[in-house]
Design a protein around this ligand. Sequence first.
Ligand SMILES: *[C@@H]1O[C@H](CO)[C@@H](O)[C@H](O)[C@H]1NC(C)=O
Ligand SMILES: *[C@@H]1O[C@H](CO)[C@@H](O)[C@H](O)[C@H]1NC(C)=O
Length: 204
Amino acid sequence: MYVVVSVLVVLLASSSLAQIQGELNCTAYNGTSFVYSASAVACSNVLSDQYCQVAYPSANSWLGYPEEGSSFQRPLLCFTTGTTSSSPTSKDAKTAAIAHCPKTCGLCCQTSTYSCQNAPFPRLNCASVTKAMCLSITWRQILAEDCPNFCGFCDLNGCIDLVTGCDSDVSICNAIGMQEFVNLNCRRTCGRCSVATPKPCSGR
Ligand SMILES: *[C@@H]1O[C@H](CO)[C@@H](O)[C@H](O)[C@H]1NC(C)=O
Ligand SMILES: *[C@@H]1O[C@H](CO)[C@@H](O)[C@H](O)[C@H]1NC(C)=O
């Protein structure tokens, strides 16, 4: 009897916890259920992942934490101080979650780097951008201007380094012989966004 009851309890609990409830930001309806969007988990936690998993226990330890495309409940403490997913949402709980553990909470889309509008008439379809494109030297500038919220470029105001790593040695910004390189590739780190981007040679 006890076994039957506990199986039932687990089944009931899993059916309600297996769905995202209470806080639907950073999710999209896929036709059958709400699932986490890519931008729900695109950032890093501000505090360590290890701390975040202790501070924000999984709502369903057998299913784990928010992932792109998954539909299980996020940790309750990410949005409520109550004990069920239908408890009233708490602004303080959410503010703290976004400030400290946005990835563990599946709330990256509400951090300042991901919460801005894309350009009204983007030159490419922002919905078809891939994560690899966010790192691509060919795409980064246009994405920073047109699809900033997909790549987490919202804080940059269109001023971006084309390559990653410029900030690992800022002395390159002043190095003789590096000026052409940094003016093109390290515009943000070296403060060159007001310098016009070199145009490809025309007819020479
Ligand atoms: C999304 O977040 C905002 C601000 O925290 C909140 O007011 C709103 O109710 C949330 N929307 C959903 C669908 O949960
Ligand atoms: C929607 O997401 C759920 C949970 O990840 C999945 O089981 C289901 O197959 C998805 N439905 C569609 C139409 O993609």
